[in-house]
Design a protein around this ligand. Structure first.
Ligand code: FES
Length: 57
């Protein structure tokens, strides 16, 4: 499994995760940022939107 090095809200993380893991699940389950929610699950409602380098993804 690939290793990821990244920053969230100014804090550095180094994790090994499945390449199939969604960003939503990584943030909620590995980083414990549960403010990111899944609602529609289809990219329509925006509840899972986060800012990546200032751009919504
Ligand atoms: S849950 Fe992601 S857009 Fe609705």
């Amino acid at each position: 499994m690939p290793g990821l090095n990244f920053m969230v809200n100014g804090r550095e993380y180094s994790l090994t995760v499945s390449p199939l893991m969604r960003l939503l699940d990584l943030l909620r389950e590995e980083v414990r940022l549960t403010g990111t929610k899944e609602s529609c699950g289809e990219g329509e409602c925006g509840s899972c939107t986060v800012l990546l380098d200032g751009r919504p993804v």
